[in-house]
Design a binder for this molecule. Structure first.
Ligand SMILES: Nc1ncnc2c1ncn2[C@@H]1O[C@H](COP(=O)(O)OP(=O)(O)OP(=O)(O)O)[C@@H](O)[C@H]1O
Length: 265
């Protein structure tokens, strides 16, 4: 069963939100990982989720494109609105397959481990979802793919297979793949954590460029300096609750977060 959120809750920010999460709750077995998390990501802005290991950052991010399904709460993304709950049998309700497909086309994810398909070329990786999910012709998807490979500086490697690329190059292809769906929201889950240190900056540079273009992005990152520099909003998650959120200046100055921030302050 699905329901409209049009009158269910109001976003907290004054700017038009691309995403609103309201009171998201998520359990893994007995472990309550998200304890009622509410979050707005205004259109054209960057939000970074920070916090200690195990605080629920990746789970929150994965709830945003429903790689994880919240047990309870509400999610509004672009013009899709979903309320999650349990039926009397205890099963989670709140999503049908078509809605899931539409939502996944609007919210794309860049993973820590790149997750490129090894049997497809760089271009093949980038055009697969636009062809399959958005039903674009190969010609149209290829034009789009070439455009975004150019954008991340990987156009000259379009015919290479992932195994022949460095981690930084693979991650740039993964970013082009996410962009080629022309999403309303781009998710990044620790996009530099699997990279050699000398490769980190080339990926951060691409993400910084996307922020400058006004892309709506939600990042999970341990790169505190980067998060501070690139984000309009920081959200500090502590054991499944938002302990504080606001501009980077506000969050870095907040005593609840200062200890965590210390190395980057
Ligand atoms: N699929 C799962 N099944 C069971 N437990 C899970 C699952 N995914 C995450 N968890 C648990 O949920 C908690 C939060 O995990 P999550 O990955 O969201 O944290 P995180 O803040 O992103 O951590 P890190 O910074 O180490 O990546 C952890 O205790 C983790 O072990």
């Amino acid at each position: 069963m699905t329901s409209s959120l049009q009158h269910a809750f109001r976003p907290r920010s004054s700017t038009a939100p691309a995403v609103v999460a309201n009171q998201l709750i998520k359990h893994f077995g007995d472990l309550e990982v998200l304890k009622g998390v509410s979050l707005d990501v205004p259109e054209g802005t960057v939000t970074s989720i920070i916090g200690a290991s195990g605080s629920g950052k990746s789970t929150l991010l994965r709830c945003m494109n429903l790689l994880e399904r919240p047990d309870q709460g509400e999610l509004a993304i672009a013009d899709e609105a979903i309320r999650f709950d349990r039926n009397p049998q205890g099963d989670i309700i709140g999503l049908d397959r078509r809605q899931l497909q539409r939502l996944r086309a609007k919210v794309t994810m860049v993973f820590q481990q790149f997750n490129l398909w090894p049997h497809l070329t760089v271009l093949g990786n980038v055009i697969e979802a636009p062809m399959r999910v958005k039903k674009l012709s190969r010609k149209r998807a290829t034009a789009l793919g070439e455009h975004y490979l150019e954008r991340v500086g990987m156009a000259d490697r379009r015919d290479a297979y992932p195994a022949f690329l460095s981690g930084g190059q693979q991650q740039r292809v993964a970013i082009a793949r996410a962009l080629a769906m022309e999403p309303r929201l781009l998710l990044f889950d620790e996009p530099t954590s699997a990279l050699d240190p000398e490769r980190v900056n080339e990926v951060l540079g691409v993400i910084r460029g996307l922020a400058d273009e006004g892309r709506t992005m939600l990042l999970v990152t341990h790169e505190m300096h980067f998060a501070r520099e690139v984000s309009d909003q920081l959200v500090y998650l502590d054991q499944g609750n938002i302990a504080c959120s606001g501009t980077p200046e506000e969050v870095f100055a907040d005593p609840r977060c200062r200890q965590f921030m210390a190395p980057a302050a």
